[in-house]
Design a protein around this ligand. Structure first.
Ligand code: HEC
Length: 120
């Protein structure tokens, strides 16, 4: 039996530096070179917890990235990354409400990376 996979923040950071920084910025402050070409403001990803009363919104973040957020149904500005971040290896992400979310390893890694860079 394979034991549960663990998140890998370093891999998440690599992923971020491949797919995300162009819009969200090298330090995730929302100031990447592509941000100014978008019609809406690119969010600062270091303030996700601050904007949610100090709790990192794991599920909302995962859904935004993989494209399952309801917001995206009517066409968001952010590309859908689900297909790139799928994997046979799933990781269980604990949620603030005590529930758990299953996510493919790469998605879980990038979520963990974002969680690790939250600022006050
Ligand atoms: C083409 C530019 C672009 C790229 C590339 C991009 N994003 Fe985004 N992202 C946005 C925009 C714009 C929003 C604002 C929501 C929307 O789409 O309406 C957003 C929203 C988000 C949110 C929700 C923020 C909030 O305040 O709730 C998260 C989390 C996020 N992005 C993470 C990522 C990650 C991780 C990647 C790489 C896998 C990525 N983004 C790649 C433009 C981008």
């Amino acid at each position: 039996m394979a034991s549960a996979q663990e998140v890998n923040i370093r891999d998440g950071q690599d992923l971020y530096r491949t797919y995300c920084w162009q819009c969200h910025g090298r330090n995730a402050a929302g100031d990447g070179p592509m941000a100014e070409m978008l019609a809406i403001v690119t969010p600062d990803l270091t303030k996700l917890s601050t904007r949610h009363d100090g709790t990192f919104p794991t599920e909302a973040v995962a859904r935004q990235i993989d494209g399952r957020a309801p917001l995206l149904a009517h066409g968001g500005e952010m590309p859908i990354f689900g297909p790139f971040l799928e994997s046979d290896q799933n990781v269980v992400l604990p949620l603030a409400n005590g529930k758990q979310l299953m996510a493919g390893q790469p998605l879980a890694n990038v979520v963990a990376y974002l969680k690790s860079i939250q600022e006050e």
